[in-house]
Design a protein. Structure first.
Length: 108
């Protein structure tokens, strides 16, 4: 994947995460700056999701740890556990926000 292709895919991914959070009804504030998405919770804790262009990965930083995802077909997969990006985000958003949240990727 070229760097421009990665940037386009990263943009679509971050937008899809924002849409999934909106659809979930989670009590999370989001803000974006380029390829960085911040999720802020009522207790002022944050989860950061960002694209790492040189490695062609999406990184997630949460209270419970840091996770690196590489593209595998049409999914982002954790480089250590094999967990799907949306499954990981559902888990860490639920943990950090204190209420169950199930995030699903939208179409496209």
């Amino acid at each position: 994947m070229t760097e421009p292709e990665f940037h386009e895919l990263c943009e679509r991914t971050l937008r899809a995460i924002e849409d999934a959070l909106d659809a979930s009804g989670a009590d999370v504030e989001t803000s974006r700056s380029d390829n960085v998405l911040e999720l802020e919770f009522d207790d002022d804790s944050k989860i950061i999701v960002n694209g790492n262009a040189p490695l062609r990965e999406v990184w997630v930083a949460a209270k419970s740890g840091g996770f690196h995802f590489r593209r595998d077909g049409d999914r982002w997969v954790d480089t250590r556990s094999g967990e799907d990006l949306y499954a990981c985000l559902s888990r860490v958003v639920s943990q950090q926000g204190g209420t169950p949240v199930l995030l699903r990727p939208g179409p496209g």
